[in-house]
Design a protein around this ligand. Structure first.
Ligand code: CP3
Length: 340
């Protein structure tokens, strides 16, 4: 069965693009906020496949997106590596920070703990088939080595990740080991998700914009290429947020099948300069979705128009904001589906 999504994965252009949204499951949905109460904390929620599957299906039932994304978090990996990871309501994620004395755990042990994500993937595929979403794609994901290192070194979210950037320069040999370790681990982690039923995987490099151009090549392009090579036939999408003009290297030198673009990226220019068979994904500003109205609709149509002659997946430039009215999501899906 050919669907918009599988056609796009095969690098065909489709006219009307398939659509899903980063953070399509989560707190903007009242049913998610209710479900979330069934677990004492966010981490235990992510570690319970019956709950993660329900969370991933909620936006599918409302909006019939072309793809579901497994419900999990990029910080499950540092947790499985033995770090303490707490999601604080106000401060966001808090981790026990690593330094050059960090002892890397055995890869098999970490992957064993991450097996629960593969369980979520296979249970989600099963339930999608039961609930008439058998033609929708299933997306697996992980954080990129650089972005995971950012949280692991800093111990929390930050605007400039100063501790990360200082350590990357001052303790280069340790940083090299950390990135190499994560690169190998994450390749295998994505492999687990693919074997469990993921049709596509996305590598989230949320903090790619913090790397200078030398670091971008060393800690972002090279590790991404290693991961793509390890995943062979799998369809891999990368999201190097705020990479700016370094996106050119990211698209050309990693072997990625597609790149997800943030809202700051000029889509018309990206369409012109990036390889014709590279799938582009993006890039409506989540704040435009939150505000809604004719402004949102016009911008969405413009995005569809700018990419109608290449393989393209409609998405946001970053995750849905929790204050977003669900009706706006419904309106956006309608506009995109009616595009021609
Ligand atoms: O539909 C989906 O996409 C849900 C699955 C998902 C989550 N996180 C659930 C989540 C995905 C794909 C992520 C990725 C993620 N997590 C990224 C990369 C993408 C991006 O947004 O840049 C990053 C950097 C994280 C780390 C993270 N997790 C932060 C910084 C926070 C706190 C800030 C916030 O938005 O609350 C989280 C928590 C988190 N991850 C929540 C959800 C639904 C909210 C916690 C809750 O529901 O209690």
């Amino acid at each position: 069965m050919k669907t918009l999504f599988t056609q796009t994965l095969a690098k065909e252009k489709t006219g009307v693009p398939p659509i899903w949204m980063m953070r399509q499951a989560g707190r903007y949905l009242p049913e998610y906020r209710l479900l979330r109460k069934k677990s004492p904390n966010f981490l235990s929620f992510c570690l319970t496949p019956s709950l993660t599957v329900e969370a991933a299906l909620q936006p599918m039932r409302r909006f019939f997106f072309d793809a579901a994304i497994v419900f999990s978090d990029i910080l499950l990996v540092p947790y499985a590596m033995g770090l303490s990871v707490v999601f604080d309501e106000k401060q966001g994620p808090l981790l026990s920070p690593v330094d050059k004395k960090f002892c890397f755990p055995k890869e098999e042990d970490v992957l064993e703990k991450l097996q629960v994500v593969a369980e979520s993937v296979s249970l989600l595929r099963e339930k999608m088939n039961e609930e008439s979403f058998s033609e929708s794609a299933l997306i697996g994901f992980c954080g990129a080595p650089w972005t995971l290192a950012a949280y692991m070194v800093e111990g929390k979210g930050s605007r400039d990740f100063f501790l990360l950037r200082r350590l990357a320069l001052q303790e280069k040999s340790f940083f090299q080991d950390l990135i190499a370790y994560l690169t190998s681990l994450l390749s295998k982690f994505l492999g687990l998700q693919v074997r469990a039923g993921a049709d596509m995987v996305q590598i989230f490099d949320t903090w790619a914009g913090l790397a200078d151009s030398e670091q971008f090549h060393e800690w972002i392009v090279a590790p991404t290429k290693t991961m793509v090579d390890a995943l062979q036939e799998t369809f891999v999408m990368g999201f190097a947020r705020q990479a700016g003009n370094k996106l050119f290297a990211y698209a050309h030198e990693t072997g990625l099948d597609g790149v997800s673009l943030d809202s700051g990226c000029d889509l018309l220019l990206a369409n012109e300069i990036l390889p014709r068979d590279l799938v582009l994904q993006g890039n409506l500003d989540p704040v435009r979705l939150l505000v809604g109205g004719e402004g949102m609709r016009n911008e969405a149509r413009k995005i569809c128009e700018q990419c109608q002659h290449r393989p393209f997946i409609f998405n946001l430039g970053h995750g849905i904001l929790k204050e977003t009215p669900p009706e706006h999501v419904e309106q956006l899906v309608k506009v995109v589906r009616e595009f021609r």
